[in-house]
Design a binder for this molecule. Structure first.
Ligand code: 6GU
Length: 243
């Protein structure tokens, strides 16, 4: 897979993805990363990439033209363009699987308060990595590229390493243990030491289902906490108490 990253800070993406499994994937040419800096597509003496927002407000915005020219430079007919922004859809394993099938990805990393809105129609997809605000899209690009790279066939040595894991089949992965069998008073569950494959599979299945239903319960509770209807009622209840 080819991935072009449009960023003012290429080292923020290049260095983390030079380590460990993603670093090896690059050495072995499963992943070919290239970087394009919008600053190299400016024409003024100061190589200006940012400016103040129309209508006022705090912070600076990335100018449209240098980003557009950087994109023009790398975009091919087959490129799938991803804009990293906290306003995007939240990245998840399903999206990672979809992106892993693409030949060429382009990541546009906003920085400062974001990019001029007129850049957004150039993107095929807008992605966020969660409900919090980063200083720029670069750490998000690292997260997305990492999650996608490990899904490229051949990157993980064990062929099924990505099949039986948390999120892929909608279930949480069962807990895992390595030696020693007893560590600081904590034992590895008997089933895993039994050597009986059927028993091991059964134990893992049960644990998966248990963990998944617990997690579903927790997220349902969190969702209920966010419901404006219920919040209003809670506030009223408290108010009544106060009166
Ligand atoms: Cl993609 N960008 C920024 N700036 N903040 C974020 C994000 C992206 N995803 C979550 N927070």
């Amino acid at each position: 897979m080819y991935a072009d990253v449009i960023t003012l800070f290429p080292e923020m993406v290049d260095f983390p993805l030079s380590q460990s499994i993603t670093g090896r994937a690059r050495k072995e040419k499963y992943l070919k990363l290239s970087f394009v800096n919008p600053r190299d597509f400016t024409e003024d003496r100061h190589r200006t990439v940012d400016d103040r927002p129309y209508g006022g407000g705090t912070g600076m915005l990335m100018k449209a033209e240098p980003v557009f020219r950087a994109l023009e430079k790398v975009r091919k007919k087959t490129s799938y363009v991803i804009l990293l922004t906290p306003k995007g859809q939240t990245f998840n394993q399903e999206t990672a699987l979809k992106l892993a099938k693409k030949k060429r990805l382009v990541f546009i990393c906003g920085h400062y308060e974001g990019i001029d809105e007129r850049i957004t129609p150039l993107a095929d997809m807008q992605l966020s990595i969660g409900d919090y605000v980063l200083t720029g899209g670069e750490p998000a690009a690292v997260v997305v590229i990492d999650a996608v790279t490990r899904l490229i066939p051949g990157v993980l040595k064990k062929e099924d390493a990505t099949v039986n894991e948390t999120f892929t089949d909608g279930l949480m992965e069962a807990p895992q243990y390595t030696r020693p069998a007893v560590w600081r008073g904590q034992s590895v569950p008997d089933a895993l030491l039994s050597g009986n494959h059927k028993k091991i599979e059964e134990w893992r299945r049960n644990m998966s289902e248990e963990l998944t239903s617990k997690a579903a319960k927790v997220s349902a509770e969190k969702k209920a906490d966010r419901e404006p209807e219920k919040k209003k009622k809670t506030v009223l209840k408290h108010r009544r108490k106060a009166v």
